[in-house]
Ligand binder design. Structure first.
Ligand code: GLU
Length: 268
């Protein structure tokens, strides 16, 4: 009797669980399956790009105009025009290294153009376009620092990095003895470096050049020790959108527009 009752309980519980799971799946689909993003962009006549607001040269909010400026912004604007003409308006939403995948997957942004490296790990969560920029990880230090390269990051040194970036993973792997302090975004990390909270800041050379430009008492040292190919990320399964972005990227490269935008921002 006791056994039968338990068995019955198990059947009821597992049926309920199955129903619940089926319900969740259905709900996800009805919220717009990921395949609809390109169609939705055309219908809404707007494309929402997730971009950085704190990264000089790539995506930085100009406090005097309130506008975001940089290579990622100009490139995404040109891509939108190439794909849709003047019909579709580009809009911008701030992402950080930590928030960009989540904002893509919950539909708050349609495409992330935000200094994002294509990695196998990330490919499990999002889809990427072809490479649109090649960066590599490096170190930024105060001029005159004793740190000249990654080999100097020994026990007792402190390196500043940003949450959700490949830079934090790479530096732990390549300089396992150093202490890594993680910040929410690049503005905070650079402020901390200037306040003497660490010996070096690590991320892509392309981003560090922007910081050295902002404050020339800082410099990059030791060259690059990783490869960081940037791609545009979209929600998984959006093949049509990836294809359209790749096609537009190729056209911009063929026409010289891509170089024009790159040369405007990237001098190194
Ligand atoms: N490209 C690296 C990354 O995707 C570092 C720059 C960033 O944090 O956006 O993680």
């Amino acid at each position: 009797m006791f056994k039968t009752k338990n068995l019955l309980k198990m059947v009821v519980v597992s049926t309920m669980a199955a129903l619940l799971l089926a319900g969740c799946g259905g709900d996800k689909d009805s919220k717009g399956s990921s395949k609809d993003v390109l169609a939705k962009i055309k219908e809404d006549k707007k494309i929402v790009f997730g971009v950085k607001y704190d990264t000089r040269l790539f995506g930085l909010k100009n406090p005097s105009t309130g506008k975001v400026e940089g290579f990622d912004i100009d490139l995404s604007k040109a891509l939108a025009e190439e794909m849709f003409g003047k019909d579709v308006k580009p809009e911008y939403v701030e992402v950080t290294s930590k928030t960009r995948v989540g904002l893509l997957n919950n539909g708050k942004v349609d495409a992330v153009v935000a200094t994002m490296t294509i990695t196998d790990e990330r490919k499990k969560e999002v889809d990427f376009t072809d490479v649109y920029f090649d960066a590599g990880q490096s170190l930024l230090v105060k001029k005159g620092s004793k740190i000249h390269s990654i080999a100097d990051l020994k026990k007792g040194t402190k390196v500043l990095a940003v949450k959700g970036s490949t830079s934090t993973i790479n530096i732990r792997e390549k300089a396992p003895e150093t202490t890594v302090l993680e910040f929410e975004n690049y503005a905070e990390a650079f402020t901390a470096l200037k306040a003497g909270k660490g010996d070096a800041l690590t991320t892509d050379d392309s981003i560090l050049y922007g910081m050295a430009e902002e404050d020339p008492s800082y410099e990059l040292v030791g060259g690059t020790f990783t490869e960081e190919p940037y791609g545009i990320a979209v929600k998984k399964g959006n093949k049509d959108l990836v294809d359209a972005l790749n096609k537009a990227l190729k056209s911009l490269k063929d026409s010289g527009k891509y170089d024009e935008i790159k040369n405007k921002w990237i001098k190194k």
